[in-house]
Design a protein. Sequence first.
Length: 209
Amino acid sequence: MHVPHGPESRRLLEKLIREILRAELQALDHPAREAKRTGATPPVLALQEVATHAAAMRTRLLEVLHSNELPVHKGTHGATLATLRHLIIHRVIDAERSYLSVLIDLRHGLDLVKLMREVSRRVEMFGVIRWCDDWLTARRTLVARVEAQLAWFTEAQAVASGRAPIPVPTPEPHAQLEAIEDDCDLITSAVDPEDRPGPSLGWHTDRNT
């Protein structure tokens, strides 16, 4: 992955900050949104752990950005687009695919913070680097728990159909995630490129995180 130097690094860092703040706002919203579909289920509890972490780390991030004289964008427009996308998805897909779309958002957040760490290293913003390290250490574990809860949907379907639940291993949902990403692309295709997280940054999400 190529990371620019000098002023270009600073501009890229500011774009990443904007996208990360938007992603963290989404992480705060996910539990309540998914609870409307499935109730206080294990998948929703896993999302709540992510939301708790997002709330705890947000204050510290804002302090780090202020100390480094980096701009803080409210991300209102991006958050609105994300909310609209989820509302549309919720009307046309089932609970499991909705949960997968949330997982895509969380995995994208991991990619954003990893890239921000690399850019911060190039411009020697050590406070931002420390925040990224602490965030990634905790968030990787939390996202893995969210992914593991995909098994709950298989078990719930078995119970609903009157079959005995079949134990399933931790899923490898990459193919399903790609399908959900395609659905999301159709919904967001009309959005201006500057408001799309991935393309506006000039890099591609690593689905093998």
